[in-house]
Design a protein around this ligand. Structure first.
Ligand code: GFB
Length: 299
């Protein structure tokens, strides 16, 4: 989702010589394959958006894969970028790097100030390692490697698998299928009380290109909207967007995860970037994209 959004943004804004590979063309977990790719292509600027990602359940079940795959992808790319003289690399982390009970909104300084949320600790540890790799290659080798921490994302090419996905695509699919099949209710996980912040992938892509062009600092930067909703409010909004008229049923056997993770985006705003797409508008567009591509997304 994020990689395709960045490529869309670059293409739409006149950037040329974009080099991209799908995961079936280049397995980023393979050190030799990554080294060969960098030696052959010699990229100048690298957006490191590739990762093993998923929602709360997938993070909690596939703990080894979320740790190993993400660690090795980051290590392979960052090391090859250094060895091949990449001019600048932007590493993408996640808001789950912050301690579960950190004060809100989450300031960049709160990294490593407390215990992590257990359901996604392996993913968070891998993403923290990515930040530290960028900092270490900057400090030891003078590499211009910067990091951005996006909030929860959604948009075209999201994962709609109900066991593996994040909440927003899961709810689009569940409410849509419930409407089409005249179901009486939709099952929603947890209590509905956690707060989440959602950013459209196109806004994230714009922010990434903005940082690539304008930011060279060591300190990583939060990327978000600064707005939050409860999961209950999100579910009501998706229900309205899809036009489902039945009820919500909360399955409290499923985990809530972090109670709140609202990004402090003042650094990003002070640098001159602010998102454009509000949640209601972005959700409506994402539902239209889902309807257009349902066969691909739900196969
Ligand atoms: O989006 P989500 O899976 O991930 O879940 P996190 C957010 C909230 O939505 C949780 C609730 O409180 C879920 O219990 N929820 C309700 C649902 N219904 C559903 C549903 O049908 N599917 C899903 N998936 N959730 C992830 C991390 O955390 O966020 C990753 O695990 C990453 O590491 C990512 O950081 C951004 O926001 O809790």
């Amino acid at each position: 989702m994020v990689g395709s959004a960045i490529v869309r943004y670059l293409n739409a804004h006149g950037y040329q010589n974009i080099v991209a590979r799908t995961s079936s063309e280049l397995d980023l977990r393979n050190q030799e394959a990554v080294a060969t790719f960098f030696a052959d292509e010699k990229p100048d600027y690298v957006f490191l958006a590739a990762a093993k990602v998923g929602g709360i359940l997938a993070n909690n079940i596939y703990r080894a894969e979320f740790l190993y795959d993400n660690l090795i992808i980051e290590a392979n790319i960052i090391h090859s970028a250094y060895q091949n003289g990449v001019k600048k690399l932007l590493f993408l982390g996640s808001s789950c790097i912050y301690p579960k009970m950190a004060p809100q909104p989450l300031k960049e300084d709160y990294l490593l100030s407390g215990f992590l949320e257990p359901t996604n600790e392996p993913y968070a540890i891998a993403k923290i390692a990515g930040i530290k790799l960028c900092e270490a290659y900057r400090s030891q080798y003078g590499a211009n490697f910067v990091s951005a921490m996006p909030t929860n994302l959604y948009g075209p090419n999201d994962n709609y698998d109900l066991q593996g996905s994040h909440v927003l695509p899961a709810l689009i699919r569940k409410f849509h299928e419930a409407k089409v099949n005249n179901q009486e209710f939709v099952e929603v996980w947890g209590t509905g009380s956690p707060f989440r912040e959602f950013m459209h992938a196109d806004d994230l892509a714009e922010a990434c290109v903005y940082l690539m062009n304008n930011y060279d600092g060591e300190q990583f930067v939060n990327v978000g909207t600064g707005d939050e909703v409860t999961i209950k409010e999100l579910a009501e909004l998706v229900k309205e967007t899809v036009g489902f008229e039945g009820e919500l049923r909360w399955n409290t056997d499923k985990p809530d995860g972090t109670p709140r993770k609202l990004m402090d985006v003042s650094r990003l705003h002070d640098m001159g970037y602010k998102h454009r797409i509000g949640l209601r508008e972005g959700l409506a567009a994402t539902y239209q994209d889902f309807l257009k591509n349902e066969e691909v997304y739900v196969s």
